[in-house]
Structure formats: structure tokens, C-alpha cells
Design a protein. Structure first.
Length: 175
């Protein structure tokens, strides 16, 4: 059960309802439960969803890469909802198995995916270990806007996963 009360969907402002509908339609959101907590601050919830929408639906990173990074960060946040959700069909069971062990070194992933996964792991677990060498490696595969988006996406996934975990805002609301 969520640690904070859920705002019933029928009590949401229209803009938040519309944003969540779009998020569910595009698989950006897999559940309304976290948003039902955030709905206590509807304008902040809308801002969060707008950034998520920008990265998920209008981003410059490939959807497969974004999903691999999201799932890798979920391993560090221990967010059950994040680990179980699937936002892209471009990631399959073989990818999930490879993500479970040293993905930044796995030949299963492309060199660009390995660099992004290595960066995501450090971003989530040891940000002080990120050096110029990591940025040079990213620059071999990604444009500056892509690297900026990778950073923003990592930050949003790390924060969102931790927030959802701490709030326990991942269980289905009562019927």
C-alpha cells in the first residue's frame, strides 16, 4: 500500500488526466499509482510528466537504448514497478538476461549501448567515479544533445525510481 494517500482519478484536474492518458497510450507510464500520489501537487506532477514525455516521446536517444538504461537504473533503485514495467518491445528476454550480469561489458550489447549502460551504472551507483574518459567514450557514439539527454534521463529515472520505491507508490490501488 502506498505510504501517502492516493488522489482518486476523478478528483484530478483535466490537464493531469489528459497527460496521464497520453502517458499510458504511449507506454511512458505503466501505472497511475505514482501519479495518484503526485496529484497532491498537480502542477508539479504535470511538470514531471512533461519532462518525461519530452524524453520518452520526443527524445533524441533511441527507444531501445532508453529502455536498457531505464531498466539498468531500476536495478539500482530497487523499484519493483520500474523493474517490472516494459516501455519498449525493442528489449527482449535475451536483453533482460544480459542486463542481469555485467551489461557494460557484455558483447550482447552494441558498443554505444555498453557505454551508455556503463555511464548509467556509475550515475546511479558511484557518480564521483565518472571522469573525462567516460565523456570521451560517450562522445565516440553520441552527439552532445544525446549525451545531455542521457544525463537527464538517468537523473529522472533515478529520482523517479527512488521516489516510487520510498512512497511504495507501485501497488495497485484498492478496487
Amino acid at each position: 500500500m502506498a505510504r501517502l494517500p492516493l488522489v482518486p482519478l476523478q478528483n484530478w484536474p483535466v490537464a493531469l488526466t489528459d497527460a496521464v492518458r497520453r502517458g499510458r497510450d504511449t507506454r511512458m507510464l505503466s501505472s497511475t499509482v505514482p501519479v495518484q500520489v503526485w496529484a497532491h501537487r498537480p502542477q508539479a506532477a504535470l511538470a514531471w510528466l512533461a519532462l518525461l514525455d519530452q524524453l520518452h516521446n520526443h527524445g533524441v536517444l533511441d527507444g531501445r537504448l532508453r529502455e536498457l538504461v531505464r531498466l539498468r537504473i531500476a536495478a539500482f533503485t530497487n523499484c519493483q514497478a520500474c523493474q517490472l514495467a516494459r516501455k519498449s518491445d525493442a528489449v527482449d528476454a535475451a536483453d533482460l538476461a544480459a542486463l542481469a550480469c555485467q551489461p557494460a561489458d557484455s558483447v550482447h550489447f552494441s558498443p554505444a549501448e555498453r557505454e551508455a549502460l556503463r555511464y548509467a551504472e556509475l550515475f546511479a551507483a558511484d557518480p564521483h567515479a565518472i571522469t573525462e574518459t567516460h565523456f570521451e567514450a560517450l562522445a565516440r557514439h553520441f552527439s552532445i544533445p544525446q549525451i545531455v539527454e542521457l544525463q537527464m534521463f538517468c537523473a529522472l529515472m533515478l529520482a523517479g525510481g527512488r521516489m516510487t520505491l520510498v512512497q511504495r507508490a507501485y501497488e495497485d490501488p484498492p478496487a
